[in-house]
Structure formats: structure tokens, C-alpha cells
Design a binder for this molecule. Sequence first.
Ligand code: HEC
Length: 110
Amino acid sequence: MNTKRMIKQSTLSFIVFTTLANTSVFAEDSTFANVCSDCHAGGFKGWVSGAPNINKKNKWDEFLNRHTAEEMKEIVVNGLSDHKRKGGCKTCSKDDIEASVDYMLALVSQ
Ligand code: HEC
């Protein structure tokens, strides 16, 4: 790849990134705020449950190494032994949950 093209591409990804940062991905996700943050943003429930904290990126390494984003969505939507189905949210749709996983992953993989 030539240099000019590389510069173009990185400028483009910068613009895409900053646009996303100002809109969808980084705008506070309401499902995250109402449901997931109970356990995933530290605090008592986070400590009791042992959920990986979004403020501690190193805690996420083992999860990110183990599962892809798609697998994580599957885990959270359907539940798994250590994870309540939809994080325990009965009114959340599959889309809400998938969006909240995207939101969390965007935070921890910055
Ligand atoms: C009651 C506490 C609790 C709530 C609420 C909760 N989680 Fe979790 N979450 C956990 C725990 C505990 C783990 C670690 C499970 C493990 O060790 O395998 C986890 C792990 C995860 C993982 C990593 C899964 C993996 O194995 O790769 C993702 C992604 C995740 N949670 C997303 C969410 C989302 C999105 C929500 C909100 C819809 C949510 N969680 C709500 C406790 C919670």
C-alpha cells in the first residue's frame, strides 16, 4: 500500500471513529445504564458477582480472548451458567441487549 493511500485510510478511520464517538456507540446506552452497569461498572453488585468492570480493561482481556463479540451477544441474550439471560432484564429486546454489548465492547477496547 502506498503512503498516500495509508494516510487517506487513517484519516478516514479517524473521522469514522470520532463520528461514532460522538454519536451512537459512545452515547450512554440506556440498557447498559439501567441493567448492565449494576454489575459491570464496579460497585457492590459488581464485587459480589465478579463481573468484569468496564473501567478495568485488563479484566476484559481474558473474556476478549475467549469469545468474539458475536459469542458474547449470544451469551448475554440467552444466558449462560454465570450470566443471567439478558442480564436479568425481562423487558429488554434482543436488539437492546446486542446494542448494550456493542457499547460495552467499544468502551473496553478503546
Ligand atoms: C447480576 C450481575 C450482572 C448483570 C446485571 C450483567 N452482567 Fe454481564 N457478567 C456478569 C458476570 C458475573 C460475568 C462474568 C461471567 C464469567 O465469569 O464467565 C459477566 C460477563 C459478561 C460478558 C462477558 C461474557 C463472556 O463470557 O465473554 C459480557 C459481554 C457481559 N457480561 C455483558 C453484559 C450486558 C450487556 C449486560 C446488560 C444487558 C450484563 N452483562 C448484565 C454479571 C452481570
